[in-house]
Write a protein that binds this ligand. Sequence first.
Ligand code: DX5
Ligand code: ZN
Length: 220
Amino acid sequence: MEKEVKVSISILNSNFLNLENEILRAKKVGIDWLHFDVMDGHFVPNISFGAPILSCIGHKFNMFNDVHLMISDPEKYYEDFVKAGADLITFHYEAFDSIEKIHDLIDKIHKKNVEVGISIKPNTDVRVLLPFLDKIDLVLVMSVEPGFGGQKFISSSLEKIRILSEYKIKNGLKYLIEVDGGINDTTFKLCKKEGVDICVIGSYLYKSDNMLESYKKLEE
Ligand code: DX5
Ligand code: ZN
C-alpha cells in the first residue's frame, strides 16, 4: 500500500492580515499540520514572526504546530515556543558548535513533552545527523536556502531523503522525514518516491487561485 505523505502548510507566505481565515482555508482542504517558520534576521537574512503569534493560534484549529526555528540561539528561545503551543520544535544543526549542546537541547525539549526535529541546510552533509537519529522525532531536509518562501527546489535534497529513508528502515528507527522549500505537484512526487513522510508547502498552496485543486494535484 502506497505511503501517504502529509502536508505541513507554511504560513510564511500567507496573508497575515487575515491569518485566521488563511489557516481555516488550509484546514478545509484537509491539512492538519501548521508549519511555523521562525526567522531571526541573524541565522537567516530575514525576520518573520515569533512566539506571540503562535500563542494567538494555540490549538484553536486543532492542528499540529510544527515549529521551524531558523534562529541562532534555539536553546535561549525554545521554552517560549513550548509555552505558546508548539507540538514539535525543529532547530538547525548549523546553529551549534558542539554535539553535546545538541544532545542537551534535544533532552530539554523532550522533558517538556514536545517532539524534536533537527534541520539541515542544502550544503550540510546529511551524515552529520547520525549521532542524533536514534533519539529525534523528525529530520527536516531544507530543499531551499532557509530564509524565504517561493524559491526553487534544490534537487540534491532527494538523495538526502533517500539516505535518511534507507537508514531509518535498516536501523528500525522512528524519525519522520520532512522536506521544506519549493514543493509543488512535481517536486512532491519526487520526494514521495524517495521516502519522505511530510512536505512543507507555502507558496504553491497560498499563491494558488484554487487551493483545493492544487492540493488534489499533489497526489494525482
Ligand atoms: C524557507 C521556508 C520556506 C517555506 C515554504 O526558510 O522554510 O521553505 O517554509 O516555502 P515555499 O513552499 O513557498 O517554497
Ligand atoms: Zn520551514
